[in-house]
Design a protein around this ligand. Structure first.
Ligand code: IPM
Ligand code: MG
Length: 370
């Protein structure tokens, strides 16, 4: 039997609540479908800091490197506000992304038909929305050096972050976007700020070049990232795949997430390059939302983004397309049947706890698997 090694990092806050629901799915699939998932679990974020004084320990880092895929919940919370910058909860996530070289972050924003009324935008603007943001994840201003605060000695301090991109980093993320576009509506919109940033000039040039060399069958547009944010809110359905850098991708993907009605709905995949021999790629799957410490352990968290992240894991790490489709359809059906967690609750629907939502999705998945 194939062994599929999953490393679970639930993290802080609701991370644990939502990961429990994915574990139910994994157990069921192992038992009923013989999927052979082997689970190990570690600590990341504030809980890792409490245990080891670091946002992730070297030993958990090694386990993440050795796994076929990592499932990540969420990190952070007010409890760790005063922790030294290098050990803050987010540092664990950034270390995983950097050391696993997860340069490609895929953030789909899909509007489930049943939730078209939950968006802050008019129903007709977002109904049927299906866009994919491809965010560069290991470069740019989040990692560039120097990154420091210096004391100028005159009562002033100076903070510096460095936005830096090399051609190969832009070309490889653009390549991922073009290849994914070919499996969808075959359109890519690249976003940068070439009007004020040198890194934007190079971004635009490198995307244009690689497109001409290898992907000229895909339709390519360029947009300034600020205008892109505006267009995402004005007419989001005009986009198919958006490719952008780490910082702009962080912001634009939060905007795109909210278009769909709740931040609690959106999954993401962070992928590395395929190994030349085994063709396997390192991968981490996580919901776009955060750790929501205010509702932790109260049964209020929405497990859908985490479960949908597991569906992406089935698709991208294990090539289990059928099972991934079934998991995604199960989510859609449950919503269609009027079942809701608190964040997406509207009149006339049925309010479920985190665990009840996990059970409902599992039940539907079991039905669809027959
Ligand atoms: C995200 C988050 C992270 C980021 C934080 C938690 C470091 O906002 O994944 O979008 O900024 O990338
Ligand atoms: Mg973010």
């Amino acid at each position: 039997m194939t062994i599929r090694k999953l490393f679970l990092l639930p993290g802080d806050g609701i991370g644990t609540d939502i990961m429990s629901e994915v574990k139910k799915l994994i157990d069921w699939m192992n038992k009923e479908l013989g999927t052979g998932f082997e689970i190990d679990e570690g600590l990341v974020g504030g809980c890792a800091y409490d245990a080891h004084g670091a946002a992730i320990s070297d030993s958990d880092m090694n386990k993440a490197m050795a796994a076929d895929a990592v499932l990540f919940g969420a990190v952070g919370g007010p409890k760790w506000d005063k922790v030294p910058y290098d050990s803050r909860p987010e540092a664990g996530l950034l270390r995983l992304r950097k050391e696993m070289e997860l340069f490609a972050n895929l953030r789909p924003a899909i509007c489930y038909p049943a939730l078209a009324d939950s968006s802050s935008l008019r129903k007709e603007v977002i109904e049927g929305l299906d866009i994919l943001i491809v965010r560069e994840l290991t470069g740019g201003v989040y990692f560039g050096e120097p990154k420091e605060i210096t004391d100028l000695g005159n009562g002033q301090k100076r903070a510096v972050d460095t936005q830096v991109y090399d051609t190969f980093e832009i070309e490889r993320i653009a390549g991922v976007a073009f290849e994914l576009a070919r499996t969808r509506d075959n359109r890519v919109c690249s976003m940068e700020k070439r009007n004020v940033m040198k890194s934007g000039v190079l971004w635009n040039e490198a995307v244009t070049n690689i497109h001409a060399q290898k992907y000229s069958d895909v339709k390519l547009d360029h947009m300034l990232a600020d205008a892109g944010g505006m267009q995402l809110v004005r007419a989001p359905k005009q986009f198919d795949v958006i490719v952008t850098d780490n910082l702009f991708g962080d912001m634009l993907s939060d905007i795109a997430a909210m278009l769909t009605g709740s931040l609690g709905m959106l999954p993401s995949a962070s992928l590395g390059s395929p190994d030349p021999i085994s063709k396997k790629r390192k991968a981490l799957y996580e919901p776009v939302h955060g750790s929501a410490p205010d509702i932790t352990g109260q049964g209020k968290a929405n497990p859908i983004a985490m479960i949908a992240s597991f569906a992406m894991c089935l698709r991208y790490s294990f090539n289990m397309t059928k099972e991934a489709d079934i998991a995604e359809n199960a989510i859609s059906d449950v919503l269609q049947n009027g079942l809701r967690t608190a964040d997406i609750m509207t009149e006339g629907n049925k309010l479920l706890t985190t665990s009840e939502m996990g059970d409902a999705i599992l039940e539907q998945l079991a039905n669809l698997s027959k």
